[in-house]
Design a protein around this ligand. Structure first.
Ligand code: SAM
Length: 217
């Protein structure tokens, strides 16, 4: 009984979150439907379950966070993954963003540098039947063996765009969505590969992310 009540409560909280994201300007219907489906409460720490559907980043351990739902919706809308596309996420964190990408029908690959976070995310994704290929390591190197990717989404703030990620985009229209800037102030960038050596770059809104850490730092 309690779980039916929880399910109903969490579903209605998700609907309210989606309404809020619409009000904030998210208009990609497929992204909104995915956010309405994915149980974010399953990806937050038990102490924060009651706050899972607030539009807030929340701690997940190792000084890291599950991104704010608006940020997830914004980045996913820019990436606009299509069913069957190969998408690489850098920064698995809790696994929530990866689940949203799966819900949209993408083939998802995700890299995380913190082993403990990755193990926990893998357990949660598996328990919810989200099929994500994961790797422990430095995502600034990308995942060459699985490339090219139709899309790459970086969920930590980079000081500059890592060259290997540009190189691992599909030559015809591969998209990279990445926050770039100095610590505490990042500009969202979308970079589209238009040929072997050509890219179109857009600079969008300002965000604040935890840092993307190179392995040699
Ligand atoms: N996408 C995550 C989610 O849905 O919960 C949120 C990610 S959190 C804001 C950023 C993550 O990037 C952290 O888990 C952090 O450990 C990871 N990270 C930072 N630098 C990295 C790197 N070079 N390679 C892989 N992961 C990295």
């Amino acid at each position: 009984m309690a779980s039916t009540y929880d399910d109903r409560l969490n579903r209605s909280r998700r609907r309210a979150l989606v309404a809020h994201l619409c009000e904030r300007g998210i208009d990609n219907e497929r992204v909104l439907r995915a956010i309405e489906q994915v149980p974010r409460h399953a990806f937050v720490e038990p102490a924060f379950k009651e706050r899972a559907y607030e539009d807030e980043a929340l701690p997940i351990g190792q000084s890291q966070t599950i991104s704010q739902p608006f940020t997830v919706a914004y980045q996913t809308s820019l990436l606009n993954p299509q069913p069957g596309e190969r998408i690489l996420e850098v920064g698995t964190g809790s696994g929530y963003q990866a689940a949203v990408l799966c819900e949209m029908g993408a083939q998802v690959f995700s890299i995380e540098r913190h082993k403990a976070l990755l193990q926990r995310a893998k357990r949660k994704l598996r328990a919810l039947d989200y099929n994500v290929r994961t790797r422990h390591g430095d995502g600034t190197e990308g995942w060459r063996g699985m490339s090219p990717f139709h899309g790459i989404i970086v969920t930590a703030g980079a000081e500059e765009v890592p060259e290997p990620l540009l190189d691992q985009l599909h030559e015809e229209g591969g998209r990279l969505v990445i926050p770039v800037g100095a610590a505490g102030s990042h500009t969202m960038k979308r970079i589209v590969r238009t040929g072997p050596d050509t890219y179109e770059r857009e600079s969008l809104d300002a965000f604040r992310f935890v840092p993307l850490v190179n392995e040699d730092e």
